[in-house]
Design a protein around this ligand. Sequence first.
Ligand SMILES: [Zn+2]
Ligand SMILES: [Zn+2]
Length: 346
Amino acid sequence: MLAYTYIDRGRFALTEKERPFLLEAEDAIVRVTLASICTSDLHIKHGSVPRAQIGVTVGHELVGVVESVGPAVHAVKPGDRVAVNVETYCGHCFFCKRGYVNNCSHPEGGWAIGCRIDGGQAESVRIPLANQGLTRIPDSVRDEQALFVGDLLATGYWAARIGEIGKDDTVLIIGAGPTGLCTMQCVRLYHPKRMIVCEKDAERRTFAAKLCPEALVVPPEGLVNFVLDHSEHGGADRVFEVAGSSETFRLAWQCARPNAIVTIVAMYDEPQILPLPSMYGKNLVFKTGGVDGCDCAAILQLIEAGKLDAEPLITHTFPLCDIEQAYDLFEHRRDGVVKVAIRCCT
Ligand SMILES: [Zn+2]
Ligand SMILES: [Zn+2]
């Protein structure tokens, strides 16, 4: 079968591989219908994910149809349409029991798919710990609607959940890339009083404003004053930093009111500085990233109910044989691309 493979630092290629088969009792084999390209795939390509294995099939955001299951799999059965969770987790270790599935202590726990073990930019994929890692897609939900459940939407949903949003809050979201857009949609589920979305790219600002018309969408220039003018207590009550630069990290705490919660969703390339003397007395609470992706069923219910809709993020679709072209478009942000879907099997 065809599989998009991490060949070496800086190089992915479409290769011919053997079809995966069941290895463990809790495994499932999933025929991939739709996969997507994530910024983390680019991080692997450029060598900034040290645990990524050379030779691995990449891709960790996908939906498909269950082909076969091991004897210990009870959550799904062959023929089920499923969303694949980016994280594999055992469900019963110290961390899993507390909902911190990102820190699952199982050897295959955490982000394994498309990083340490073969992933989903392929015709077929083996999913370990399938009882936790696969979620049945309701019949009325299309693949395109479910594609981002296991990664982007899981991240947005988790961030909004730990962000402790109240109805009187002014919420600031920094970054309106794919993760920022999903965070914005999930924040909206809590009906905060006001949402401010900050994004430097004009095209992305337009996209965000269309997706969430009630949000105030602004560029980073003058953000601190804008937030002061559009909040009641000297800054945003809740801040989500999804952009991941030193500048946006600084804006995140500068725009927060005293005693605000600042949730860091972004992944940074380098360490960030917390200038404690300048922040003294602000009494901020920081929460830091690494999605706990254990809410896929709840997310799918919200999609089914029409309360979450990330399908508009798919701006382009390519067949698996043209994935090279899809990466080129996504990586160089051509043609207004937000997310690319890869059709792996029909
Ligand atoms: Zn991802
Ligand atoms: Zn666990």
